[in-house]
Write a protein that binds this ligand. Structure first.
Ligand SMILES: C[S@@+](CC[C@H](N)C(=O)[O-])C[C@H]1O[C@@H](n2cnc3c(N)ncnc32)[C@H](O)[C@@H]1O
Length: 359
């Protein structure tokens, strides 16, 4: 297989994934992009850093998504009016053929802008993951009957820190949260209902990321939006609502590695349940960091008492699936570890496993 073939194959595979995920406009651009690489067009030149890379490396580096993100960012910026006009904008579905013509010209005229944007890995913050995390927080509140101190690691822009201020519709399982919230999240619920009546009060919240996305910076904000597929208006609206709420609440994400930050910040304290949480983060850490973080969590767990419990709540892919994720909770004292739910990676479905505890 020639290098160009393996590069264009990565774009074709990403296009197929976008079709399956309900993003046909993005898929059409990726398909054109794959053809352009195979024909030695302007995108082939931008692929120089991956010229020798096999398809799996190009996908692992999320190169097709870097390119798609750059294009969406350019459309959002208004710097290329032909591209902006062809891009989807609620309720307009977008014109894939016109967008490709504008994209091809832009890659020639703005080669350096594309190369600089594509040198970064994509960084997203998926707000609907709060719909999965929230039932986990409710479970901690129910089990401990204490207010919560919450600590998020790998928080990106930190938007899921405000999970208790969003409104949720879990279908037949019920609703939760302030009904007038700017951010309304729905998820298809399967299984028994979560403990929606648990009394919840968050008395401290903090977050870290090794590379936080600063939502006060308009360029960083636009970049965060750009990584959402442009035709997915509901995801864009959720992101915009959550950014507005986070700016108003002045939430912060500290720039620090998760291991040292969790060690210094998240130890249990009397009078509250301390919850260390994360979503789609674990896989990005090296094995030695995973071991070090596990040791920090075990140490915090060992310090926990009935009046100072410690919880580890996480939404991560299990070893046996790339399609579903697991919501898991460990709770000290005792260290009981349970799978609470199997969930969709973006929080669209929640298959709740945990029956309400009887004690
Ligand atoms: C895929 S994003 C997920 C962001 C967010 N949790 C969500 O679910 O939308 C993973 C985040 O983990 C951060 N990260 C990776 N390794 C880290 C580390 N060792 N310490 C802190 N943050 C880390 C990355 O910078 C990135 O923002």
């Amino acid at each position: 297989m020639t290098d160009q073939t393996s590069l264009s194959r990565a774009f074709d595979l990403q296009a197929a994934y976008c079709v399956a995920a309900g993003a046909p406009f993005s898929a059409s651009l990726l398909t054109k992009a794959g053809q352009d690489i195979a024909e030695g067009g302007p995108l082939a030149t931008l692929m120089t850093p991956w010229a020798e890379a096999p398809t799996r490396t190009v996908l692992a580096d999320a190169v097709p998504l870097r390119w798609l993100g750059c294009l969406h960012d350019l459309a959002l910026s208004g710097d290329a009016p032909d591209l902006s006009a062809a891009y989807p904008r609620d309720p307009r579905p977008g014109d894939g053929a016109a967008a490709w013509v504008a994209a091809r010209s832009a890659m020639i005229a703005r080669h350096d802008r594309f190369a600089a944007f594509m040198s970064h890995e994509p960084q997203t913050n998926e707000v609907r993951r709060s719909a999965c995390l929230t039932p986990g927080f409710l479970t901690v509140a129910e089990r401990t009957s204490l207010p919560l101190r919450i600590f998020e690691i790998g928080a990106s822009a930190g938007l899921n820190q405000l999970w208790d201020r969003y409104a949720y519709d879990f279908g037949e399982a019920g609703v939760w949260g302030p009904p007038t919230s700017e951010v309304r999240l729905t998820a298809d619920w399967q299984g028994p209902p979560p403990p929606l009546g648990a009394p919840v009060s968050v008395i401290a919240r903090a977050a870290c990321d090794r590379k936080p996305v600063d939502i006060r910076d308009p360029i960083a904000r636009r970049r965060l939006k750009a990584y959402i597929w442009a035709e997915q208006f509901d995801r864009l609206a959720r992101l915009e609502g959550a950014i507005a709420m986070s700016l108003a609440a002045d939430t912060r994400v500290e720039a620090e590695d998760a291991v040292s930050w969790a060690a210094s910040r998240a130890a249990p304290k009397p009078g509250a349940a301390s919850v260390l949480f994360h979503s789609v983060f674990w896989q990005y850490m090296r094995a030695d960091s995973q071991a070090a973080l596990t040791a920090v969590i075990t140490d915090h767990g060992a310090l926990a008492t009935a009046d100072a419990p410690f919880a580890w709540l996480r939404m991560e892919p299990p070893p046996d699936s790339l399609v579903d994720m697991e919501l898991r909770l460990s709770l000290w004292p005792g260290g009981e570890d349970r799978i609470l739910a199997r969930v969709h990676p973006h929080g669209a479905t929640i298959n709740w496993a945990a029956a309400a505890p009887e004690d």
